[in-house]
Write a protein of this length. Sequence first.
Length: 314
Amino acid sequence: MPALLAEVTRSGFVESLHHGSVVGLLPSGAVGVSVGAVGEPVLPRSCMKPFQALACLSAGAPLAGPALAIAAGSHTGEDRHVELVERLLGEVPAESLRCPPSWPEDEQTRQRLAEPSRLRMNCSGKHAAMLAACVAAGWPTRTYLDPAHPLQQLVARTMEELSGEPVAHTAVDGCGAPVFGLSLHGLARAMQGLVRTPVADAMRTFPEYVGGTGHVNTVVMQLLPGVVAKGGAEGVLVLATTAGHAVAVKVLDGNPRATTAIGLTALAALGHDVSPAEEHLSVPVLGGGEVVGEVRVAFHRPSGQNPSGQNPSG
């Protein structure tokens, strides 16, 4: 069953609760943290982007450095992001992008624009990479979002191979691309495999293209060099270290405000030092412009678990 993961306090009163599941794996693959229904399928949403980028790379897309990072990211629509997506598209017209037009998430950029565009949509890097992969492999570009398309089949196989389990469900993501369901435990296993790939290297080296200015995923990676962080809609988050620690979070009500605090707390429970990002272990709650409470993590490792992942009772 889902468990209590975080609570929201205001002036000493518990105002709201966030339930869900979190799993943390040690480099050995042993489970170090398991709270809630970690074996139940979830839709990874944008946490899938690094695996989609890996599939595009396998198909021959010319992805490296910042271009590979933005393919795996949810950028904030800043000019530098759009310029990179345009370079990644090459001779493919921007109209070929099948993601919907959107306003950029970066507020300063949004304020000076007259209309939304596909290039500003936070998934345009992923879509441009998919088109580049289709061009490189000689696959159709018009139908690249069809779950039966060779590229999407490759994405599904990539996720199955890294997670060690079959896709549990196929759905349509907010950007129109297929999203493949896995258990939370399987998603964490897949992240352990991802940290050894060029995709993770690019994300760690160019975190500003995984998110953007002030984006929490970018900030966490900047504060914790070597950590890969990627969030997804509806309260999903994955974290992984170069050593092979991996965490996957799902907040059942879909609210993402506590996911970073939950994920970092689980990572710390695995023995990884998260002290440089200590300010993100909770979220302030404001009243009249002043801090009057916090969103704080409320889960604990079940009795018998310890950071070695072994049960001391045998």
